[in-house]
Design a protein around this ligand. Sequence first.
Ligand code: NAD
Length: 337
Amino acid sequence: MTFIKMPDYDIYIESNELLNLQKYVKELYHEKKIYVVTDENVNQLYHQKLIHALPFFEVIFVVIKPGEHSKSIETYQKVISELIQKQMKRNHLLIALGGGVVGDLTGFVASTLYRGVKFIQIPTTLLAQVDSSIGGKVGIDLEQGKNLLGSFYRPLLVYIDPAFLETLSKREYANGLAEMIKAGLIGDKKLYHHLKSNEKVGVDEIVMAIQVKRALVLIDPYDHKERMYLNFGHTFGHAIEKKHHYDTYKHGEAISYGMLMALEIGMKRHETHFELYQEVKSLLLERGLVKEPLLKIFDYKDEIVHDKKYLSEGLHFVIVPKVGEVKSIILEDSDLL
Ligand SMILES: NC(=O)c1ccc[n+]([C@@H]2O[C@H](COP(=O)([O-])OP(=O)(O)OC[C@H]3O[C@@H](n4cnc5c(N)ncnc54)[C@H](O)[C@@H]3O)[C@@H](O)[C@H]2O)c1
């Protein structure tokens, strides 16, 4: 078992079919009822496994539709109503069992229902295991853009079991690799080089990606400065997702195009070498995360003006001059031509 300590909670990483989950939950929670939010796909695959893993508890499920469209006000209200109708009380525990959509939505429900209830993340996608379940950001999308309504809310515990990844589609697996490639590019050369030469990842690489995020979250928990480095590729990534109505591109695919756009801006600024751009492009093409012809910066220019990170002094934008090196710039109109 690998164990990563966050200031207020622990992250357990172990590939053993949820064997120790009940033990960890019992240490932190002393009621009988547990409420689980999951999506239809995960429910079909893991409903019984979760019940078997928590025999001491009465486990009550709320199941949502899969996909980004569920990170909405409507689903948020539906989940809250169902939890109340199923007698969830303030002292009960909520578990998010699923990918980043379930994690972000459930975390936001947990942070607001009865002004906050206990919450555990069990991430089941690679993206959620290496990224979205870590760092306490939870939220939902609005019509005007992604993650516009949200909060910082820490779970009691994050339980990562890489065995969940065995049922992921190739596309979803690659989706998670995109956030790992980002983590490598901004903060861990060794991880980046591993991902360049291997399609599969194991516990070690999951831990490396989490450590990159952890380090930045610890310095800047509320996203004022260093944590923004994690947004490498995300300014354009979010614009791409929004412009295509969250249908065409998965999050990891959108941020892959976004990373290439950010590297291109780095090149225009004479900060990033063409060789790095080419190398990352080949890697993302090989993993099926981007396709040629690539999306173009100019076509997403209007969307990024509405980015929530557009502060009064302009849009802070992250570039990577070299692998493992990161820099924040203020985006100029000339960068977008
Ligand atoms: N909070 C954060 O810090 C943070 C960071 C990065 C991304 N995110 C958010 O994460 C979301 C994307 O997360 P995602 O990529 O996990 O998407 P997702 O939750 O939609 O999951 C992707 C698909 O995989 C299916 N699935 C989940 N686990 C499975 C399993 N073990 N086997 C088979 N199928 C499985 C789901 O049903 C879904 O269809 C986005 O909304 C993004 O904004 C949040």
